[in-house]
Write a protein that binds this ligand. Structure first.
Ligand code: FAD
Ligand code: NAI
Length: 507
């Protein structure tokens, strides 16, 4: 009984602690401290983008040190790891968005935000050309923003490799709008297939959901989609349920190439159980409004062309360089050999430039284009910039004191002592080490309440898959959510879809 009583007390205390933590988080969100105005005499730091890289930088940046301006066509931060769950309504899209205005309002010194897209960067004149992307047109829709320091964190766009028909006929999965489009399209296909007297062949086409790309985006989406079909659509619309099919197409011999062999096999066997049809060594060559044409390489190396009719096509074949980055690369001779984005040095400075840094998917620093890398790069730059500002402040003080030495000879010993102190501080500050990425592991949801994880564990690697890994996946992502508000909304969505099922209304 004594042990039981202790267990009860500990549970009670941790629940109470959790409530206090949540309460404080909510209170802090709603009661930001008053802000100081930015000092125009300070250097202007322009940050492009409101994604993982830029927002991680903003989170840690001491904005009192700079005159900070953020420019992005998206006035919110998007928690991309949970985006595949929005395509089926497991999570509502607003639960994984955090308004950039809220983030900026919590900084010590205020930061200006322009909802706009950068169309070009001129490194010689040190200006960024921007244009307003909103549907509401003001008198001015285009302008230039000068910078002293520039951070480029504009991410990447969807790769299509110029394959005909992809842009016109596919859904992508990168932005909130993409997830909303897919959610609507799934129910459109289902309701159209259920239309009176629909021919059997057309029903089969409409209910064939094809995913191209067996990287983590394609795999997670296929898993979420099959869950939606099995747990909700089949229950609510049973007459068409046996005709619904999901096919995942991958050019390489297996899906999830960045995971260990045993997890690849586990994923493929789970997909078999879920009845997701996986076509490997299959390269999509052409897409039309209703069909996907692909080339399959057989075990003997022989190539065969197949044509798959589809109702929904989701294209997830990785990243391509954005036009604004291509344009900047073309202006910098040192970037001539870089193909996948802006080549940066170990301090994330864009090679061949001064005062331009790049983070995340648009930068080539030798790491995979992931949120983990982008956020660590953003944090690194924040520490670097905070340090640079302190260094400059100390250097100015030393200069001032040195010049006052001649003016106040009576105080020279005291001033020299002070200079020495500042110089010591300066020496300590200047030893900031180059950026090193620390890999925490790979996680992916594969459907049926299962996930796979390759995580770094005491300098070794731990590979696991299954339902316990799914709980780990959930808790990892909950802890990584941007704010207490996001965490509560996501937990609420998970509970809601478990208890009531996902909402199948098409809106
Ligand atoms: P982004 O986060 O894409 O942000 C780019 C920002 O730049 C956006 O705000 C955009 O609006 C803005 N922008 C675009 N063009 C311009 C312009 N011309 N001017 C100004 N601003 C511009 N990674 C993981 O590590 N773990 C995961 O679980 C994971 N899951 C993912 C799931 C999905 C569905 C997707 C698509 C990606 C996932 N990733 C994951 C990858 C991860 O999201 C990216 O690597 C990460 O978002 C890169 O961060 P970023 O800051 O470079 O770019
Ligand atoms: P990806 O680049 O990881 O995978 C794309 C896949 O598409 C490749 O396996 C490629 O072989 C295949 N492909 C390309 N062209 C094809 C064609 N014509 N026909 C058939 N298959 C074709 O892209 P993804 O999944 O969009 O991920 C992008 C980045 O985001 C990656 O770095 C990834 O690690 C990261 N990410 C991480 C997640 C996680 O950790 N859970 C989730 C989603 C993305």
């Amino acid at each position: 009984f004594r042990t039981l009583r202790w267990i009860w007390r500990l549970t009670y205390l941790s629940a109470l602690g959790g409530l206090v933590y949540i309460g404080y988080g909510v209170w802090e969100d709603r009661h930001p401290e008053p802000q100081v105005e930015p000092d125009p005499t300070k250097k202007t730091l322009v940050i492009l983008g409101t994604g993982w890289g830029s927002v991680s930088l903003l989170k840690r940046l001491d904005t009192e040190n700079y005159n900070v301006i953020v420019i992005s066509p998206r006035n919110y931060f998007l928690f991309t790891p949970l985006l595949p769950s929005c395509t089926t309504g497991t999570i509502e899209h607003r639960s994984i968005m955090e308004p950039i205005r809220t983030i900026l309002r919590h900084k010590k010194a205020s930061v200006r935000f322009y909802e706009a897209e950068a169309s070009s960067i001129d490194p010689d004149r040190k200006v960024v050309k921007i244009f307003d992307t909103s549907e509401v047109r003001g008198k001015i829709t285009e302008t230039e923003v000068p910078y002293d320091m520039l951070v480029v964190g504009v991410g990447a766009e969807n790769a299509t490799f110029g394959i005909p028909g992809v842009r016109e006929n596919s859904c992508f999965l990168k932005e909130i709008g993409d997830a909303q489009k897919i959610r609507k399209r799934i129910m459109d296909c289902v309701e159209t297939a259920a239309f009176k007297d629909q021919p059997a062949e057309e029903v089969d086409r409409l209910l064939h959901m094809v995913v191209v790309g067996g990287g983590p985006t394609g795999v997670e989406f296929a898993g979420e989609l099959q869950d939606f079909i099995d747990n909700d659509i089949k229950k609510l619309i049973p007459d068409i349920s046996d005709r619904l099919r999901v096919t995942l197409i991958e050019a390489l011999p297996n899906v999830l190439p960045m995971f260990s062999k045993q997890l690849i096999e586990y994923t493929e066997s789970t997909f078999k159980e879920e009845k997701i049809n996986v076509l490997t060594k299959t390269v999509v060559k052409k897409v039309t409004e209703k069909t996907v044409e692909a080339e399959v390489t057989g075990p003997d190396g022989a190539k065969e062309t197949i044509v798959l009719p589809y109702g929904l096509l989701v294209w997830a074949t990785g990243n391509a360089v954005r036009p604004v980055i291509k344009d900047l690369m073309a202006r910098i001779p040192a970037q001539a050999n870089s193909r996948r984005g802006l080549a940066v040095n170990e301090y994330l400075v864009v090679q061949g430039t001064r005062d331009i840094w790049a983070v995340g998917d648009c930068a080539v620093a030798g790491y995979a284009p992931t949120a983990q890398v982008a956020s660590q790069e953003g944090t690194f730059l924040a520490l670097l910039f905070n340090n640079m500002a302190k260094t400059e402040a100390l250097e100015t003080k030393i200069k001032e004191l040195s010049s006052s030495l001649n003016l106040q000879p009576g105080n020279s010993a005291e001033i020299s002592q002070q200079i020495e102190l500042y110089e010591r501080q300066l020496r300590r500050m200047k030893t900031i080490k180059p950026f090193r990425y620390s890999h925490q592991g790979n996680l992916a949801y594969i459907g049926m309440d299962k996930a796979v994880a390759d995580v770094t564990w005491f300098n070794g690697n731990l590979a696991a898959g299954g339902s316990m890994t799914y709980l780990f996946w959930r808790s990892a992502y909950i802890s990584m959510c941007f704010s207490t508000r996001n965490r509560l909304l996501v937990i609420n969505d998970w509970l809601k879809s478990k208890v009531f099922g996902r909402d199948v209304s098409r809106e």
